[in-house]
Design a protein around this ligand. Structure first.
Ligand SMILES: [Zn+2]
Length: 406
């Protein structure tokens, strides 16, 4: 039995069961690349008759295509393989960071057509200003790719902060000067294209699950460290989002009573010790001056033996170890991926940090969960967002397919 097949499927109402079945089958085709109907039936633990019926719907909708006839080994019975139809849709994946809006436009198969970094003058702005910047970034990327914006079928967006992905609602984001923004509705009104917004760390987590180190791992945690600290949680192959979309806020778990001031307004958050801004702030305060403008220069100083720089990284490492041990004690994941584009991982992933983690977790006679680093560029965030846009548009089409026989 495939570990991803939802065990509750049989108890769902007919229409939902059919939609989930379609989703499961298109996911299976996407994952396999090319696959025959009978192998889909095996992989999804679904009857061949149901697979044949659903495949017919997906072919009719143009979401998948037949590829080639191949001899299965049983004489005279060629197997027709199926694949996702790349030309079915174009999607955009967008990651908003402090200095850039990074955009990828991709086909329905997830192949990048063009990408672009659109510079932002300000790290934080009004919702309407961010909306306009996102559209400008998208238009420029589409121009590079050689087609107009209205050929894009869906847009996936990763934002830092507390996002309720189910209703595209932003409770709070470090990119926005306002709170409680129906940002998805606002973007949809401006662009006329279906919008799917999620917390940026969740989208990196999805990218790790699809293309990275989380492939075929049922339970894992992704931790992102850049300006702030983010987390994605995968339980039984699914991203866990919490009830209000406010879960997995690893960066705002408290590691110190009355501790350092965090960008969320509270004190003692982990992020206020290990986020990029926190390290630079600490260096500035202790040095009575602004000697380190960038994390790179602070890190270089530490490597060259500068005592102050070293002490800052050592403290951050200890705080990080405390946080990691708490995560392991709560979730006991198979794998923890420290994922991001920054060299700051170099000091957070040291033997000393791992030794601190080892001492702080509940002691059992089993090894620690595997902790790995995965460094990648800004475009991987956007790639995760593009994958989310593909899932979103797939779901819209799948739910809208024909009337359900039950
Ligand atoms: Zn905080």
């Amino acid at each position: 039995m495939n570990p991803e097949s939802p065990p509750e499927l049989a108890t769902l109402p007919g229409s939902e069961q059919r939609s989930l079945g379609r989703k499961h089958i298109i996911d299976t085709i996407r994952k396999a690349g090319e696959i025959a109907r009978i192998d889909i039936a095996h992989a999804t633990n679904t009857s061949p008759a149901t697979v044949t019926a659903i495949v017919a719907e997906l072919l009719e909708a143009g979401l998948i295509a037949e590829v080639s006839k191949e001899n299965s080994g049983q004489r005279g019975r060629p197997r027709i393989k199926l694949k996702v139809r790349c030309a079915a849709h174009k999607v955009a994946g967008i990651k908003v960071s402090r200095h850039f809006v990074s955009v990828i436009v991709a086909d329905f198969g997830g192949n990048a057509i063009a990408h672009h970094d659109y510079p932002l003058a300000l790290a934080k702005m009004s919702a309407s200003a961010l909306c306009q910047n996102i559209l400008n970034a998208l238009d420029q990327t589409c121009a590079k790719a050689g087609f107009p914006r209205n050929e894009v079928s869906s847009i996936g967006i990763g934002l830092a902060g507390q996002i309720d992905a189910r209703r595209n609602f932003v409770h709070w984001s470090s990119s926005l000067s306002e709170r409680n923004v129906a940002f998805g509705d606002m973007l949809y009104a401006a662009a006329g294209i279906p919008i799917f917004i999620d917390n940026d760390a969740n989208l990196v987590t999805r990218a790790e699950q699809l293309f990275g180190k989380g492939r075929n791992v049922d339970n894992f945690i992704v931790i992102t460290i850049e300006h702030g600290v983010g987390m994605g949680i995968v339980i039984d192959h699914k991203i866990y989002r919490g009830t209000r979309g406010c879960g997995a806020e690893f960066g705002h778990t408290k590691v110190q009573l009355e501790g350092a001031l965090c960008q969320c307004g509270q004190r003692g958050c982990l992020e206020a010790y290990v986020g990029d801004y926190a390290l630079l702030r600490e260096a500035t305060i202790k040095d009575n001056g602004d000697t380190h403008q960038t994390l790179e220069s602070l890190f270089q100083a530490a490597k060259e033996g500068d005592e102050l720089a070293r002490s800052i990284f050592t403290r951050a490492g200890r705080m990080f170890a405390m946080g990691l041990a708490n995560v392991i004690n709560v979730f006991d994941p198979k794998l923890i991926i420290l994922s991001g584009s920054h060299l700051s991982n170099d000091f957070l992933y040291t033997e000393e940090v791992i030794a601190h983690v080892q001492r702080s977790v509940v002691q059992v006679d089993e090894p620690l969960p595997n902790i790995v680093t995965h460094a990648w560029g800004e475009m991987m965030w956007a790639k995760g967002a593009a994958a989310y846009a593909i899932e979103g548009i797939s779901a819209l089409h799948i739910n809208g397919l024909g009337s359900d026989a039950g």
